[in-house]
Design a protein around this ligand. Structure first.
Ligand code: CA
Ligand code: CA
Ligand code: CA
Ligand code: CA
Length: 369
C-alpha cells in the first residue's frame, strides 16, 4: 500500500481462479492461502474480507513453555533380547541372561567361571557331604555309611535306630551310633551272628553243678534227685528221705525198718541157728558145754550198717583186742554185703582157744550221697 507504505496481503482465493479445486475450500492467509476440506469447521468462518484492511491483532505473548530439564540419559523403551536373537558373545559353556539394555554371560548352578569357561564345582573336595560324596557334572550327591540315613538337607547323616524300626535281635536290642548291639537274657548267650540268642547248657559247665543230675532248660537249668531223695533248698543237693522216721514204709510189725540212703530195708529179726542160742535181739551164743560148739565161734553178733562208699574191706589188727576194718576198693551199689568178722582168743597158759563172730550186714546204696 503506497499510501501507508505497508505491505498488504493478496487474497489469492479471490485473485486466482480455482485456487482450490474439488471439495477443497480456499482459505486466505497472510502471505499465502490454504486449501482445506469443506467439512473442516475450523476454517469455514470467519471469512475475513480482504478489503477490511484490518489486521488481526497479533497474538498476545503466551507464557514461556516449561521445558523438562534433562537430568539422566534417555532410556530406550524397547530392549533387544540378545540371548533370544543369538547376537550375544557368551561362551558355549555359559548361559546368556538377557538384561534391560544388555545381557550377561553366567554359569549354571554347580559350575563356576574360570578363565572364561564354566567348570564343574567339585563339591566333594569342599566337604559338602558329611559322610560319602559323589561328584557329578553340575551337581553332587551325598550318601551315608551303613547304619545312617540322609537328612532332609541332603548332606548330613543321622543314626538309624535299628531297635525301633524293626528289632533285628531275638532278645534285647541296644542302639548305638551307626549300629546296634544285641544282648541276651541271663541263661542265654549271643550266637556268632550277633543277633540270635541260644540257650546256655549250664550242665556242661561243671559236673558239680548238681549233686545228682543236671537238666538243662531254656534259659536255665535245674537239678533232680533220684527216687528216695529230696532236693534241698540249695536246689542242687539231695537228701535221703528217712522213710522209717516219717513212717512211709511197708515193713511188717515183726520187721524193723532200717533207713539207708535212697531207700529203706525191712529187717527180719535175727534168728539163731542150732546149736546157737539167742542172747538178745542180735546176738547168738554157742554154749561151751554143748559138744557141737567145740569148733564154733562162741558168739555171733549181727550188726547192720550202711555205706555210701563202695569199698571192699580188709581187717587190720590195731591192738590185742581191737581191729580196724579197712576199705580197699569201690563196690558199686545197690547191694548188700555180709561180713563175718571172727575174733579168735588164744591163751596158751590155760590152753584156751575161743572165738566170737561179728556178722556185719552192710547195705551199699546206689549213690554216694
Ligand atoms: Ca559337581
Ligand atoms: Ca544305630
Ligand atoms: Ca540252659
Ligand atoms: Ca531212705
Amino acid at each position: 500500500d503506497r499510501a501507508s507504505g505497508q505491505c498488504l496481503d493478496i487474497d489469492e482465493c479471490r485473485t486466482i481462479p480455482e485456487a482450490c479445486r474439488g471439495d477443497m475450500v480456499c482459505v486466505n492467509q497472510n502471505g499465502g492461502y490454504l486449501c482445506v476440506p469443506r467439512t473442516n469447521p475450523v476454517y469455514r468462518s470467519p471469512y475475513l474480507s480482504p478489503y477490511s484492511n484490518v489486521y488481526p491483532p497479533p497474538p498476545a505473548p503466551g507464557p514461556v513453555p516449561n521445558y523438562p530439564t534433562v537430568t539422566r540419559p534417555l532410556i530406550c523403551r524397547f530392549d533387544v533380547d540378545e540371548c533370544a536373537s543369538d547376537s550375544h558373545q557368551c561362551n558355549p559353556t555359559q548361559i546368556c541372561i538377557n538384561t534391560e539394555g544388555g545381557y550377561t554371560c553366567s554359569c549354571t548352578e554347580g559350575y563356576w567361571l574360570l578363565e572364561g569357561q564354566c567348570l564343574d564345582i567339585d563339591e566333594c573336595r569342599y566337604g559338602y557331604c558329611q559322610q560319602l560324596c559323589a561328584n557329578v557334572p553340575g551337581s553332587y550327591s551325598c550318601t551315608c555309611n551303613p547304619g545312617f540315613t540322609l537328612n532332609d538337607d541332603g548332606r548330613s547323616c543321622q543314626d538309624v535306630n535299628e531297635c525301633t524300626s524293626e528289632n533285628p535281635c531275638t532278645q534285647t536290642c541296644v542302639n548305638t551310633y551307626g549300629s546296634f548291639l544285641c544282648r541276651c537274657e541271663p541263661g542265654y548267650e549271643l550266637e556268632a551272628d550277633g543277633v540270635n540268642c541260644s540257650d546256655m547248657d549250664e550242665c556242661s559247665f561243671s559236673e558239680f553243678l548238681c549233686q545228682h543230675e543236671c537238666v538243662n532248660g531254656p534259659g536255665s537249668y535245674y537239678c533232680t534227685c533220684p527216687p528216695g531223695y529230696n532236693l534241698l533248698d540249695d536246689n542242687r543237693s539231695c537228701q535221703d528221705i528217712n522213710e522209717c522216721e516219717i513212717r512211709n514204709f511197708t515193713c511188717t510189725s515183726q520187721q524193723t525198718c532200717f533207713n539207708i540212703p535212697g531207700e529203706y530195708k525191712c529187717l527180719d529179726p535175727v534168728r539163731c541157728e542150732e546149736p546157737y542160742l539167742q542172747i538178745n535181739e542180735n546176738r547168738c551164743m554157742c554154749p561151751a558145754e554143748n559138744p557141737g560148739c567145740r569148733d564154733q565161734p562162741f558168739t555171733i553178733l549181727t550188726i547192720f550198717g550202711n555205706l555210701t562208699c563202695f569199698l571192699l574191706f580188709y581187717a587190720q589188727q590195731t591192738g590185742p583186742i581191737s581191729a580196724t576194718l579197712v576199705m580197699t576198693r569201690p563196690v558199686k551199689g545197690p547191694r548188700t554185703i555180709e561180713l563175718d568178722l571172727e575174733m579168735i582168743t588164744v591163751n596158751t597158759v590155760i590152753n584156751f582157744r575161743g572165738s566170737s563172730v561179728i556178722r556185719l550186714r552192710i547195705f551199699v546204696s546206689q549213690y554216694s550221697f
